[in-house]
Design a protein around this ligand. Structure first.
Ligand SMILES: *Cc1c(COP(=O)(O)O)cnc(C)c1O
Length: 438
């Protein structure tokens, strides 16, 4: 199956939408709110405002940014973390730390948020999009291997939804070929693979703290690494060629950042208000992971009784999932002829919250159109374009057309919420099948 841009969408099936909210499964009851306010969240931000130290680049003692960097590194059991303004910037900083640039290729899964690929273009290199595993949506390691060339400098693996990419084979492959592995862990803060936090296994790991993510501050991100030289470069790349001052050699009136100039940077610094939010949120993250896991296991018990529905599979090497989106897989025909979008709509109506298919894979996504930006033209030549997206993506297309997602906040409530999800699936499935039978 080759599904290029403009491939025909499946024929939608008409479904009666109940107009009376009392007739929906959810019946108007609220879902857990996200992002979450803890008992001290508002006070922490107010204290940061009142401290009148709103930025890292300012005199006046240790910043909250630096404190968060330490806490986040400790949380991930990795020596170094560099906070940044967005997960997208974290990817750019990671690529620049590796000195990836024009003429280089970086392998990226087609099944990801667009920022994974545009980060590569932003450093002047070519993103080479490869296929995904049909079950998990994570990058296919065989597809990565098939796409390697002399120009390949790095692979960006994305831990997608609730899954961890095939790190064992990816680490072997990248080491054997002497290329770097960047783990885009934007959706996976706190996932544990063979006893280690994801993001800490490749040369660099990147994270997003955008409001919807499992650790949220509105807009923010981080880069982690165990390599002191990459750490030193990453600091400068996010703060206009400056690094943290030695805390012991610094007078409180001195700036926290000192000019180093070993590599030209940009300003990707995280503000103090965002750092205050993250310092408030981080201590609750593991408890939230456990809460979601409890609800997920109830949901999985229920799905097992429904026959043709199942959870997105997880590798036995994963000791703890980070559930960002919870994926429900269905067998072809489980919902009659209804397209995944239509099923998602019907479930959203019943549950009064979004249930949706994965993002359209990048090789045919409206959001990924490098030709619309002149700065990307040097990489996006006719040859570049062919190299980037000129292959088949059957795994990604299968994943995309047979998976429904729920945002993780759906699993932060009670067992009754899980029962509603199962009831909505049963109801919509019966309705879709009846529609086909007519
Ligand atoms: C959210 C996300 C990003 C981008 O993070 P921002 O903080 O929104 O810039 C990158 N990659 C993946 C996989 C994401 O989910």
């Amino acid at each position: 199956m080759s599904a290029g841009r403009g491939s025909k969408p499946p024929r939608p099936v008409e479904l009666a939408v109940p107009s009376d909210p009392a007739a929906t499964v959810r019946g108007g009851r609220p879902w857990p709110a996200w992002p979450p306010l803890g008992p001290r969240t508002a006070d922490s931000v107010a204290a940061a405002v009142e401290a009148q130290r709103w930025t890292l680049s300012w005199p006046g003692g240790d910043s909250l940014e630096r404190r968060f960097a330490q806490h986040f590194a400790d949380y991930n059991r990795v020596p170094y973390a560099v906070p940044v303004d967005h997960g997208s910037s974290a990817l750019v900083v990671a690529l620049e730390a590796l000195d990836v640039g024009p003429g280089d290729e970086v392998i990226v899964p087609t099944m990801t948020w667009v920022a994974t690929a545009t980060a590569v273009l932003r450093v002047g290199a070519l993103p080479v999009l490869v296929d995904s595993e049909p079950g998990s949506g994570c990058v296919s390691v065989d597809a990565v291997e098939a796409a390697l060339s002399e120009r390949t400098r790095a692979v960006i693996a994305v831990h997608l939804g609730s899954s961890v990419a095939g790190l064992g084979s990816l680490l072997r492959l990248t080491r054997r070929n002497r290329i770097a592995l960047i783990e885009d862990s934007a959706q996976a803060t706190g996932a544990i693979w063979r006893g280690r936090h994801v993001g800490t296994l490749g040369e660099l790991g990147t994270f997003s703290f955008q409001a919807g993510k499992v650790l949220a501050c509105g807009e923010g991100g981080a880069v982690v690494t165990s390599d002191p030289a990459l750490y030193r470069r990453a600091q400068q790349l996010r703060a206009d060629a400056r690094c943290y001052a030695d805390p012991h050699a610094r007078h409180p009136d001195d700036m926290e950042l000192v000019e180093v100039g070993e590599v030209t940077g940009s300003n990707h610094c995280m503000s103090e208000l965002h750092a205050a939010l993250l310092l408030d949120q981080l201590p609750r993250l593991d408890e939230q992971h456990a809460h979601r896991e409890l609800r997920a296991s109830e949901l999985e018990d229920g799905l097992a009784t429904l026959g043709d529905l199942s959870a997105v599979p997880n590798s036995a090497d994963v000791d703890r999932r980070s559930i960002y989106t919870y994926g429900i897989r269905f067998e072809p025909g489980a919902f009659g002829d209804a397209a995944v979008e239509v099923v998602g709509q019907a479930l959203s109506t019943e549950l009064e919250r979004p249930v949706y298919p994965p993002d359209v894979p990048l090789h045919r996504s409206l959001l990924f159109r490098p030709a619309t930006k002149r700065r990307f033209a040097a990489a996006w030549t006719e040859t570049g374009r062919k190299r980037a997206i000129g292959r088949a993506y059957p795994g990604a297309e299968h994943f995309r057309s047979t998976t429904l997602l729920l945002h993780h906040s759906a699993l932060l409530g009670t067992s009754d919420d899980v029962a509603d999800i199962l009831e909505a699936l049963t109801k919509v499935r019966a309705r879709c099948r009846a529609t086909r039978a007519r």
